[in-house]
Design a protein around this ligand. Sequence first.
Ligand code: PLP
Length: 407
Amino acid sequence: VTIFNNVEHLPPDALFDIKKRLSQDTRPVKVDLGIGAYRDNSGKPWVLPSVRSAESQLQKDPNFNHEYLPIAGLPSFTTGAAKTIFGDDYDSTRVISVQSISGTGALHIAAKFIEKILPGRIVYLSNPTWPNHKAIFEGQRLTTAQYPYWNASTKSLQLDGFLDTVKTAPEGSIFVLHACAHNPTGLDPSKDQWAQILDKMVEKNHIVLFDSAYQGFATGDLDRDAYAVRLGLTKLQKVAPVFVCQSFAKNVGMYGERVGCFHLVIPDQSVEINASVKASLSSQLAKIVRSEVSNPPAYGAKIVSTILNTPELNKQWHADMVTMSSRINSMRHQLRDHLVELGTPGNWDHIVGQCGMFSFTALTPEMVQRLEQNHAVYMVSSGRASIAGLNEGNVLYVAKAIDEVVR
Ligand code: PLP
């Protein structure tokens, strides 16, 4: 027996396996409601007009080159990224921003940082959450636990259970909160609920990690979607650090270019202490990045930096965000309306009540399987549908398919 003969064969990643089955499916009509990637009304990936302009601007720049970036990334990008999430007037004396391999890489930096600097703290994840959260934190040998989030019977936030867990968790635990457009439920706390949640975090000196992968998709407005993060910074600034893991995959449509940023906000003390803590922590983060990726990828960061730092392009990007979010919203309404017209058993209002790219449809795993088998409509077994996969050409087809499997 050689050393690898008994290595366990792991199951394929659920989302990427859907893509594989779909590409092998020979039926003429297929619908991909699996992966969270925006599609235009003809079902095609969309290169944002702001990205096209930034790219052509870059290519015309005589100084453009493919040199290495600094270890912490492209400064004009990381500063622009911080302003996008914290607002223009954020306190840069307390924020360390390090470029990352999209949102996943930012979470990975966070996990490595926690393992090194804050060992032994439990990382709390929402139930349910993006499955990679658990894999990323446990991959760094951190212990994860869950906090209640989705109440399946009322299709609303399980606020009491959530707050109870915040109260009973060991002091100084780490809570991963979805900044907006929660994946997979499409359900965000209200402003009042955010205040209650964050106040409880302060009471227990917990550390909040905001995962911001969908800024702009909840309301169509990038600033409004930063509400929870900005409130968190105000409430938590004296007591605890705040982590933000920021992805530009979805809101700039740069999925494969892996553009992201990890921000660490240090607790506010005196100017001197802030400066010295910031310098030490920056050196720790630089060491993590250096040993993992040496320095981050440049191309996507240059495009996003151009968008963030050129006023017309920034304006165009905000408009592109509205284009994407309003098309998704219109699809939510059309799907719900078709289901109502078809008399499909059940109430489908949650589809329009939820926000972001996804709807947590409440279809059972069996129904999801029949959707795939009988109708070539693909989604994950949890019943999460990527609404961005719907368009004028397939939404009625999908409604009829759902109607058939629900009856
Ligand atoms: N966090 C959440 C909740 C997500 O849904 C995703 C992507 O699906 C990510 C983070 C990270 O995505 P990426 O690494 O592509 O930026």
